[in-house]
Write a protein of this length. Structure first.
Length: 232
């Protein structure tokens, strides 16, 4: 809301949004994401959409094609050598965005994962626990691939007395962003978010990550089967 002579908005929530014009890098990351999918043939893989909230994994290819797959609960791509160039690129892009108003010395990727959403695929509302800033990079995002929706965490308090559209003042409890290929969105990790269903007729591919600002995350076992290295 625009400030006026009499109005000052407080306790705002920051979002950082930027566009990358690097089609070659996007193509490389898309190939890596599909390579991950190919390697999961016949293996248990994390599912998204309606299966996300329960943390369901499946080796059933029909289920994978229906719900979509994610490497989130399979491996931390930060430690996958094939993803080194992509990791560096995304970290540098996030650093460029945040360094305009923040000190990003020592910032690194705490964890990173790719997700492929088929037609109808989505992710339910969730947050990214144990981190401060999280991000998503849209690798493949055709028109109508599904908006990302951020939810005001204080929506209950702000809407509990709203009886109808004539109430004043009106508080909007959600904010939607329509993704485009090459877009990066950074947000506070505590901010609830979800995505709308993919209705593009093609896959939506994203790479998500959490940023670590110079201190090793206290939860060393970020994902099943992935052990963070000990401090030197």
């Amino acid at each position: 809301m625009k400030e006026t002579e009499f109005r000052t908005d407080i306790f705002s929530t920051p979002l950082w949004i930027a566009e990358s014009n690097e089609p070659t890098m996007r193509a490389s990351i898309e190939a890596l994401s599909y390579a991950f999918k190919d390697k999961q043939q016949g293996k248990e893989t994390g599912l998204v959409s309606a299966a996300w909230s329960s943390g369901e994994k499946s080796a059933n290819e029909r289920k994978k094609n229906k719900y979509g797959i994610t490497s989130f609960n399979t491996e931390n791509l930060v430690y996958n050598a094939d993803w080194n160039e992509a990791s560096t690129y995304l970290l540098n892009m996030a650093g460029d965005i945040l360094s305009v108003e923040n000190n990003v010395d020592g910032m690194k990727l705490g964890n990173m994962w790719t997700t492929i959403y088929p037609e109808g695929g989505f992710v339910p509302e969730h947050i990214h626990s144990c981190f401060s800033i999280s991000g998503v990079f849209y690798v493949k995002a055709k028109p109508n691939c599904g908006d990302i929706v951020f939810k005001d965490p204080s929506w209950v308090a702000k809407t509990m007395n709203s009886w109808n559209d004539e109430e004043f003042p009106r508080f909007h409890s959600s904010y939607r962003i329509t993704p485009t290929e090459g877009m990066m969105v950074l947000f506070p990790s505590w901010l609830p978010h979800s995505t709308r269903a993919n209705e593009s007729g093609d896959d939506r591919i994203i790479v998500s990550f959490n940023l670590d600002f110079g201190k090793l995350n206290q939860i060393r076992q970020l994902h099943e089967g992935v052990q963070q290295p000990e401090e030197a």
